[in-house]
Design a protein around this ligand. Structure first.
Ligand SMILES: Cc1ncc(COP(=O)(O)O)c(C=O)c1O
Length: 426
Protein backbone atom coordinates (compact mmCIF):
# COMPACT_ATOMS: atom_id res chain seq x y z
CA UNK A 1 0.00 0.00 0.00
CA UNK A 2 2.76 2.43 1.00
CA UNK A 3 4.83 1.49 -2.06
CA UNK A 4 1.96 2.12 -4.43
CA UNK A 5 1.33 5.51 -2.86
CA UNK A 6 5.02 6.43 -2.68
CA UNK A 7 5.47 5.68 -6.37
CA UNK A 8 3.25 8.56 -7.48
CA UNK A 9 3.29 10.71 -4.33
CA UNK A 10 3.15 14.42 -5.27
CA UNK A 11 5.13 16.49 -2.74
CA UNK A 12 3.32 19.69 -1.86
CA UNK A 13 -0.01 18.21 -2.98
CA UNK A 14 -0.58 14.78 -1.40
CA UNK A 15 -0.34 14.49 2.37
CA UNK A 16 1.27 11.46 3.94
CA UNK A 17 0.05 10.79 7.46
CA UNK A 18 0.81 7.11 6.96
CA UNK A 19 4.58 6.95 7.18
CA UNK A 20 6.46 6.67 10.46
CA UNK A 21 9.11 9.07 9.16
CA UNK A 22 10.53 11.61 11.57
CA UNK A 23 10.20 15.32 10.94
CA UNK A 24 13.00 16.54 8.67
CA UNK A 25 13.51 19.59 10.86
CA UNK A 26 14.49 17.42 13.82
CA UNK A 27 17.48 16.00 11.92
CA UNK A 28 20.68 17.93 12.78
CA UNK A 29 22.18 17.67 9.29
CA UNK A 30 24.81 20.40 9.93
CA UNK A 31 26.12 18.53 12.96
CA UNK A 32 26.52 15.35 10.90
CA UNK A 33 28.77 17.20 8.47
CA UNK A 34 30.83 18.79 11.28
CA UNK A 35 31.19 15.54 13.18
CA UNK A 36 32.11 13.55 10.06
CA UNK A 37 34.96 16.02 9.52
CA UNK A 38 36.07 15.47 13.11
CA UNK A 39 35.92 11.70 12.61
CA UNK A 40 38.20 11.95 9.59
CA UNK A 41 40.50 14.41 11.36
CA UNK A 42 41.06 12.16 14.39
CA UNK A 43 42.30 8.71 13.25
CA UNK A 44 43.59 7.92 16.75
CA UNK A 45 40.11 8.14 18.19
CA UNK A 46 38.17 6.88 15.16
CA UNK A 47 40.11 4.05 13.58
CA UNK A 48 39.33 3.04 9.98
CA UNK A 49 35.84 4.62 9.81
CA UNK A 50 35.44 3.71 6.14
CA UNK A 51 36.46 0.09 6.49
CA UNK A 52 34.44 -2.95 7.58
CA UNK A 53 33.12 -2.77 11.11
CA UNK A 54 32.66 -5.72 13.45
CA UNK A 55 29.59 -7.75 14.44
CA UNK A 56 29.27 -6.16 17.90
CA UNK A 57 29.54 -2.57 16.73
CA UNK A 58 32.06 0.19 17.31
CA UNK A 59 33.54 0.01 20.82
CA UNK A 60 33.47 3.79 20.90
CA UNK A 61 29.74 3.96 20.07
CA UNK A 62 28.95 1.27 22.62
CA UNK A 63 30.71 3.35 25.28
CA UNK A 64 28.88 6.50 24.15
CA UNK A 65 25.51 4.72 24.41
CA UNK A 66 26.41 3.45 27.88
CA UNK A 67 27.42 6.98 28.96
CA UNK A 68 24.32 8.50 27.38
CA UNK A 69 22.04 6.14 29.30
CA UNK A 70 23.82 6.73 32.60
CA UNK A 71 24.21 10.51 32.14
CA UNK A 72 20.58 11.12 31.15
CA UNK A 73 19.18 8.46 33.50
CA UNK A 74 17.45 6.80 30.55
CA UNK A 75 15.00 4.25 31.92
CA UNK A 76 16.29 4.88 35.45
CA UNK A 77 19.37 2.79 34.63
CA UNK A 78 22.65 3.37 36.45
CA UNK A 79 26.23 2.20 35.89
CA UNK A 80 25.52 -0.68 38.27
CA UNK A 81 22.58 -1.93 36.22
CA UNK A 82 24.68 -1.92 33.07
CA UNK A 83 27.97 -3.30 34.43
CA UNK A 84 27.08 -6.95 33.79
CA UNK A 85 25.17 -6.33 30.57
CA UNK A 86 26.46 -6.08 27.02
CA UNK A 87 25.44 -3.58 24.37
CA UNK A 88 25.61 -4.50 20.70
CA UNK A 89 24.83 -2.50 17.54
CA UNK A 90 22.56 -3.92 14.83
CA UNK A 91 23.29 -4.12 11.12
CA UNK A 92 20.54 -1.67 10.21
CA UNK A 93 18.68 -0.09 13.10
CA UNK A 94 16.38 -1.79 15.56
CA UNK A 95 14.66 -3.39 12.56
CA UNK A 96 17.68 -5.64 11.96
CA UNK A 97 17.88 -6.62 15.63
CA UNK A 98 14.20 -7.57 15.64
CA UNK A 99 14.74 -9.64 12.53
CA UNK A 100 17.83 -11.21 14.07
CA UNK A 101 15.81 -12.27 17.10
CA UNK A 102 13.28 -13.98 14.84
CA UNK A 103 16.10 -15.70 12.95
CA UNK A 104 17.89 -17.12 15.97
CA UNK A 105 14.91 -18.26 18.05
CA UNK A 106 12.91 -21.37 17.24
CA UNK A 107 9.55 -20.40 15.71
CA UNK A 108 6.73 -20.67 18.21
CA UNK A 109 4.30 -18.34 19.93
CA UNK A 110 5.17 -14.66 20.30
CA UNK A 111 3.16 -12.70 22.86
CA UNK A 112 2.60 -9.01 22.11
CA UNK A 113 0.01 -6.27 22.58
CA UNK A 114 -3.05 -5.52 20.46
CA UNK A 115 -2.96 -3.15 18.54
CA UNK A 116 0.50 -4.36 17.57
CA UNK A 117 3.56 -3.09 15.72
CA UNK A 118 2.23 -4.58 12.53
CA UNK A 119 5.47 -4.40 10.53
CA UNK A 120 7.31 -6.75 12.86
CA UNK A 121 4.32 -8.95 13.67
CA UNK A 122 3.75 -9.41 9.96
CA UNK A 123 7.38 -10.48 9.54
CA UNK A 124 7.07 -12.89 12.45
CA UNK A 125 4.05 -14.57 10.92
CA UNK A 126 5.78 -14.84 7.56
CA UNK A 127 8.67 -16.54 9.36
CA UNK A 128 6.37 -19.16 10.88
CA UNK A 129 5.74 -17.66 14.33
CA UNK A 130 2.24 -17.51 15.81
CA UNK A 131 1.48 -14.05 17.19
CA UNK A 132 -0.82 -13.85 20.20
CA UNK A 133 -1.90 -10.25 20.72
CA UNK A 134 -3.25 -9.17 24.12
CA UNK A 135 -5.48 -6.06 24.13
CA UNK A 136 -4.10 -2.93 25.75
CA UNK A 137 -5.77 -0.17 27.74
CA UNK A 138 -4.52 3.31 28.66
CA UNK A 139 -1.66 1.74 30.68
CA UNK A 140 -0.57 -0.59 27.87
CA UNK A 141 -0.81 -4.37 27.51
CA UNK A 142 -3.38 -5.69 30.00
CA UNK A 143 -1.53 -8.00 32.34
CA UNK A 144 -4.77 -9.46 33.76
CA UNK A 145 -5.62 -10.69 30.25
CA UNK A 146 -2.02 -11.80 29.75
CA UNK A 147 -2.19 -14.05 32.81
CA UNK A 148 -5.59 -15.39 31.67
CA UNK A 149 -4.31 -16.11 28.19
CA UNK A 150 -1.19 -17.88 29.44
CA UNK A 151 -3.39 -20.02 31.66
CA UNK A 152 -5.72 -20.87 28.75
CA UNK A 153 -2.77 -21.95 26.61
CA UNK A 154 -2.25 -24.93 28.91
CA UNK A 155 0.27 -27.33 27.37
CA UNK A 156 0.84 -24.93 24.46
CA UNK A 157 2.81 -22.74 26.85
CA UNK A 158 5.75 -24.93 25.91
CA UNK A 159 5.52 -23.40 22.41
CA UNK A 160 6.07 -19.86 23.63
CA UNK A 161 9.13 -18.52 21.89
CA UNK A 162 9.39 -14.97 23.27
CA UNK A 163 7.50 -11.86 24.36
CA UNK A 164 7.69 -8.74 22.17
CA UNK A 165 6.68 -5.61 24.04
CA UNK A 166 6.70 -2.13 22.48
CA UNK A 167 7.01 0.08 25.53
CA UNK A 168 5.56 3.18 23.84
CA UNK A 169 3.30 1.42 21.41
CA UNK A 170 3.14 1.90 17.70
CA UNK A 171 0.35 2.55 16.52
CA UNK A 172 -1.38 3.82 19.68
CA UNK A 173 1.47 5.81 21.32
CA UNK A 174 0.29 4.34 24.62
CA UNK A 175 3.01 4.48 27.26
CA UNK A 176 3.28 1.13 29.00
CA UNK A 177 3.11 1.91 32.71
CA UNK A 178 6.03 0.98 34.94
CA UNK A 179 3.85 -1.38 36.94
CA UNK A 180 2.85 -3.22 33.77
CA UNK A 181 6.50 -3.43 32.68
CA UNK A 182 7.29 -5.09 35.97
CA UNK A 183 4.26 -7.42 35.76
CA UNK A 184 5.15 -8.55 32.25
CA UNK A 185 8.70 -9.43 33.30
CA UNK A 186 7.28 -11.26 36.35
CA UNK A 187 4.88 -13.26 34.13
CA UNK A 188 7.70 -14.21 31.76
CA UNK A 189 9.95 -15.10 34.70
CA UNK A 190 7.28 -17.39 36.17
CA UNK A 191 6.79 -19.01 32.79
CA UNK A 192 10.54 -19.46 32.35
CA UNK A 193 10.67 -21.14 35.74
CA UNK A 194 7.75 -23.41 34.84
CA UNK A 195 9.19 -24.33 31.45
CA UNK A 196 12.74 -24.72 32.79
CA UNK A 197 14.18 -22.50 30.07
CA UNK A 198 14.76 -18.78 29.69
CA UNK A 199 11.92 -17.20 27.70
CA UNK A 200 13.22 -13.87 26.38
CA UNK A 201 11.23 -10.66 26.80
CA UNK A 202 12.18 -8.27 24.03
CA UNK A 203 11.34 -4.70 25.00
CA UNK A 204 11.31 -2.33 22.03
CA UNK A 205 11.98 1.16 23.41
CA UNK A 206 12.19 2.92 20.03
CA UNK A 207 10.01 5.79 21.32
CA UNK A 208 10.95 5.92 25.00
CA UNK A 209 13.15 8.98 24.36
CA UNK A 210 10.20 10.93 23.00
CA UNK A 211 7.78 10.97 25.88
CA UNK A 212 7.21 14.67 25.28
CA UNK A 213 4.36 15.35 27.67
CA UNK A 214 5.89 16.96 30.79
CA UNK A 215 3.00 15.60 32.85
CA UNK A 216 4.11 12.03 32.15
CA UNK A 217 6.90 10.44 34.17
CA UNK A 218 9.85 9.15 32.18
CA UNK A 219 9.40 5.39 31.70
CA UNK A 220 11.56 2.89 33.54
CA UNK A 221 13.58 0.24 31.75
CA UNK A 222 12.36 -3.34 32.17
CA UNK A 223 16.02 -4.24 32.80
CA UNK A 224 15.47 -2.88 36.31
CA UNK A 225 13.09 -5.76 37.04
CA UNK A 226 15.09 -8.47 35.31
CA UNK A 227 16.41 -10.76 38.00
CA UNK A 228 16.47 -13.91 35.86
CA UNK A 229 18.33 -12.21 32.99
CA UNK A 230 15.59 -12.69 30.39
CA UNK A 231 15.06 -9.08 29.26
CA UNK A 232 16.59 -7.80 26.03
CA UNK A 233 16.01 -4.11 25.41
CA UNK A 234 16.37 -2.49 22.00
CA UNK A 235 16.75 1.25 21.52
CA UNK A 236 17.11 3.36 18.39
CA UNK A 237 18.78 6.60 17.40
CA UNK A 238 16.36 6.89 14.45
CA UNK A 239 13.72 8.98 16.18
CA UNK A 240 16.07 11.29 18.07
CA UNK A 241 18.89 11.80 15.54
CA UNK A 242 18.20 10.35 12.12
CA UNK A 243 16.76 7.12 10.70
CA UNK A 244 19.40 7.24 7.95
CA UNK A 245 22.18 6.56 10.47
CA UNK A 246 20.57 3.10 10.88
CA UNK A 247 21.76 2.83 14.49
CA UNK A 248 19.83 0.49 16.75
CA UNK A 249 21.29 -1.13 19.84
CA UNK A 250 20.44 -4.04 22.08
CA UNK A 251 21.18 -4.39 25.80
CA UNK A 252 21.14 -7.87 27.31
CA UNK A 253 22.94 -10.23 29.64
CA UNK A 254 25.83 -12.13 28.05
CA UNK A 255 24.92 -15.68 27.04
CA UNK A 256 23.96 -17.94 24.14
CA UNK A 257 21.15 -15.67 22.85
CA UNK A 258 23.40 -12.63 22.70
CA UNK A 259 26.13 -14.67 20.99
CA UNK A 260 23.64 -15.87 18.39
CA UNK A 261 22.51 -12.29 17.74
CA UNK A 262 26.12 -11.20 17.26
CA UNK A 263 26.69 -14.08 14.83
CA UNK A 264 23.54 -13.09 12.93
CA UNK A 265 24.79 -9.50 12.63
CA UNK A 266 28.04 -10.86 11.17
CA UNK A 267 26.07 -12.97 8.71
CA UNK A 268 24.05 -9.95 7.60
CA UNK A 269 27.20 -7.96 6.79
CA UNK A 270 28.37 -6.56 10.17
CA UNK A 271 26.92 -3.79 12.26
CA UNK A 272 25.90 -0.40 10.78
CA UNK A 273 28.47 1.45 8.60
CA UNK A 274 31.37 2.38 10.83
CA UNK A 275 31.51 6.06 9.93
CA UNK A 276 27.83 6.38 10.92
CA UNK A 277 28.62 4.73 14.24
CA UNK A 278 31.54 7.11 14.84
CA UNK A 279 29.42 10.16 13.99
CA UNK A 280 26.67 8.85 16.29
CA UNK A 281 29.20 8.38 19.08
CA UNK A 282 30.32 12.02 18.84
CA UNK A 283 26.73 13.26 18.67
CA UNK A 284 25.80 11.30 21.79
CA UNK A 285 28.88 12.55 23.64
CA UNK A 286 28.47 16.24 22.85
CA UNK A 287 25.00 17.14 21.58
CA UNK A 288 22.33 14.70 22.65
CA UNK A 289 20.83 16.60 25.60
CA UNK A 290 20.13 19.67 23.46
CA UNK A 291 18.92 17.52 20.59
CA UNK A 292 16.51 15.58 22.83
CA UNK A 293 15.08 18.82 24.18
CA UNK A 294 14.63 20.19 20.65
CA UNK A 295 12.99 17.02 19.28
CA UNK A 296 10.64 16.68 22.22
CA UNK A 297 9.65 20.35 22.12
CA UNK A 298 8.82 20.05 18.41
CA UNK A 299 6.64 16.96 18.77
CA UNK A 300 5.01 18.37 21.90
CA UNK A 301 3.83 21.47 20.03
CA UNK A 302 2.66 19.44 17.07
CA UNK A 303 0.79 16.93 19.26
CA UNK A 304 -1.10 19.75 20.94
CA UNK A 305 -2.11 21.38 17.66
CA UNK A 306 -3.06 18.14 15.91
CA UNK A 307 -5.23 16.98 18.81
CA UNK A 308 -7.11 20.28 18.54
CA UNK A 309 -7.70 19.78 14.80
CA UNK A 310 -8.83 16.19 15.30
CA UNK A 311 -11.36 17.27 17.93
CA UNK A 312 -12.54 20.25 15.89
CA UNK A 313 -12.92 18.45 12.55
CA UNK A 314 -13.68 14.85 13.51
CA UNK A 315 -15.33 15.35 16.91
CA UNK A 316 -18.81 14.16 15.88
CA UNK A 317 -17.43 10.85 14.57
CA UNK A 318 -14.77 10.25 17.19
CA UNK A 319 -15.29 7.37 19.61
CA UNK A 320 -11.76 7.28 20.98
CA UNK A 321 -8.36 8.80 20.35
CA UNK A 322 -5.07 7.72 21.91
CA UNK A 323 -1.69 9.43 21.66
CA UNK A 324 -0.41 12.93 22.15
CA UNK A 325 1.95 12.31 25.08
CA UNK A 326 4.69 10.33 23.37
CA UNK A 327 5.94 9.29 19.91
CA UNK A 328 4.12 10.95 17.01
CA UNK A 329 0.97 8.96 16.31
CA UNK A 330 -2.68 9.42 17.09
CA UNK A 331 -4.80 6.28 16.90
CA UNK A 332 -8.43 7.04 16.21
CA UNK A 333 -11.56 4.94 16.59
CA UNK A 334 -14.48 6.31 14.57
CA UNK A 335 -18.08 5.68 15.56
CA UNK A 336 -19.71 4.29 12.45
CA UNK A 337 -17.21 4.79 9.70
CA UNK A 338 -15.20 2.00 8.14
CA UNK A 339 -11.56 2.83 7.42
CA UNK A 340 -10.16 -0.20 5.57
CA UNK A 341 -8.97 0.02 1.96
CA UNK A 342 -12.38 -0.94 0.54
CA UNK A 343 -14.19 1.74 2.60
CA UNK A 344 -15.67 4.95 1.25
CA UNK A 345 -13.58 6.90 3.78
CA UNK A 346 -10.35 5.45 2.36
CA UNK A 347 -11.56 5.87 -1.23
CA UNK A 348 -12.47 9.51 -0.63
CA UNK A 349 -9.05 10.24 0.83
CA UNK A 350 -7.13 8.40 -1.87
CA UNK A 351 -9.39 9.92 -4.56
CA UNK A 352 -10.52 6.56 -5.89
CA UNK A 353 -14.31 6.97 -5.52
CA UNK A 354 -14.80 7.07 -9.30
CA UNK A 355 -16.57 10.44 -8.99
CA UNK A 356 -14.48 13.12 -10.78
CA UNK A 357 -16.00 15.85 -8.58
CA UNK A 358 -14.33 14.21 -5.58
CA UNK A 359 -11.29 12.60 -7.16
CA UNK A 360 -10.36 15.35 -9.62
CA UNK A 361 -9.40 14.55 -13.18
CA UNK A 362 -7.04 11.67 -13.99
CA UNK A 363 -4.06 13.88 -14.74
CA UNK A 364 -4.96 16.36 -12.03
CA UNK A 365 -6.19 14.45 -8.99
CA UNK A 366 -7.20 16.41 -5.90
CA UNK A 367 -4.91 16.23 -2.84
CA UNK A 368 -4.78 12.69 -1.47
CA UNK A 369 -4.36 11.82 2.20
CA UNK A 370 -2.74 8.60 3.34
CA UNK A 371 -3.19 6.96 6.75
CA UNK A 372 -2.71 3.43 8.11
CA UNK A 373 -6.05 1.62 8.36
CA UNK A 374 -6.63 0.02 11.77
CA UNK A 375 -7.25 -3.39 10.18
CA UNK A 376 -3.48 -3.60 9.63
CA UNK A 377 -2.74 -2.69 13.24
CA UNK A 378 -4.98 -5.12 15.12
CA UNK A 379 -4.36 -8.83 15.01
CA UNK A 380 -6.51 -10.35 12.23
CA UNK A 381 -7.71 -13.12 14.58
CA UNK A 382 -7.73 -11.10 17.79
CA UNK A 383 -10.54 -9.65 19.89
CA UNK A 384 -10.09 -6.19 18.37
CA UNK A 385 -10.61 -7.32 14.77
CA UNK A 386 -14.01 -5.64 14.39
CA UNK A 387 -12.77 -2.46 16.09
CA UNK A 388 -9.83 -2.29 13.71
CA UNK A 389 -12.21 -1.83 10.80
CA UNK A 390 -13.19 1.58 12.26
CA UNK A 391 -9.72 2.65 13.34
CA UNK A 392 -6.81 4.49 11.80
CA UNK A 393 -3.31 5.62 12.70
CA UNK A 394 -2.22 9.07 11.69
CA UNK A 395 1.33 10.24 12.07
CA UNK A 396 2.20 13.86 12.84
CA UNK A 397 5.91 13.17 12.50
CA UNK A 398 6.74 13.84 8.89
CA UNK A 399 4.31 16.45 7.53
CA UNK A 400 4.35 20.12 8.54
CA UNK A 401 1.50 21.44 10.74
CA UNK A 402 -0.43 23.33 8.05
CA UNK A 403 -0.47 20.24 5.84
CA UNK A 404 -1.72 18.09 8.73
CA UNK A 405 -4.48 20.60 9.42
CA UNK A 406 -5.48 20.46 5.76
CA UNK A 407 -5.45 16.64 5.85
CA UNK A 408 -7.70 16.51 8.92
CA UNK A 409 -10.11 18.91 7.18
CA UNK A 410 -10.23 16.58 4.17
CA UNK A 411 -10.90 13.71 6.60
CA UNK A 412 -13.93 15.63 7.81
CA UNK A 413 -15.15 15.89 4.21
CA UNK A 414 -14.59 12.14 3.86
CA UNK A 415 -16.63 11.46 7.01
CA UNK A 416 -19.49 13.65 5.71
CA UNK A 417 -19.31 11.82 2.39
CA UNK A 418 -19.61 8.44 4.17
CA UNK A 419 -22.55 9.69 6.23
CA UNK A 420 -24.45 10.84 3.15
CA UNK A 421 -23.74 7.57 1.37
CA UNK A 422 -25.30 5.47 4.13
CA UNK A 423 -28.69 4.36 2.73
CA UNK A 424 -31.73 5.50 4.73
CA UNK A 425 -33.12 2.73 6.93
CA UNK A 426 -36.02 0.77 5.39
C1 LIG B 1 8.09 0.11 17.38
C2 LIG B 1 9.20 0.30 16.41
N1 LIG B 1 10.29 -0.43 16.50
C3 LIG B 1 11.32 -0.27 15.64
C4 LIG B 1 11.27 0.65 14.61
C5 LIG B 1 12.41 0.76 13.65
O1 LIG B 1 13.50 1.40 14.21
P1 LIG B 1 14.85 1.57 13.41
O2 LIG B 1 14.75 2.78 12.57
O3 LIG B 1 15.91 1.69 14.48
O4 LIG B 1 15.05 0.35 12.57
C6 LIG B 1 10.14 1.45 14.48
C7 LIG B 1 10.06 2.44 13.40
O5 LIG B 1 9.13 3.14 13.18
C8 LIG B 1 9.08 1.27 15.39
O6 LIG B 1 7.94 1.98 15.28
Amino acid sequence: MMDAFAADFRPGCDINLGVGYVNERTIPAGLFIDELQQVVADPMRHKTPFNYGGPRGSARLVESIRDFIIRTGRGGLTRDHLCDRDIIIGASGVTSLLEAMAQVLKPGIVVTSDPMYYIYCNLLERMGFEVIAIPEDECGLRTDLLRERLEQLGGRRSNISFFYIVSVNNPTSTILSNTRRQEIVAAAAALSYEQRRKIPVLFDTAYDDIVHDPARAKPLSALLFDEPGIVCEVGSLSKILSPALRIGYLIASPGPLLNALIQKTADTGFSAPLFCQEIASRLLDAHIEKQLARVNRGYREKAHAVRGWIERELGPWLENCTGGSAAFYFYLTLKDIATDESSLFFKYLTRTTGNPDIDGQDSNKNARVLYIPGCHCVHPHGELRAHGLRQLRISYGFEEPERIEQAVRIMREAACFCEKAVPAPG
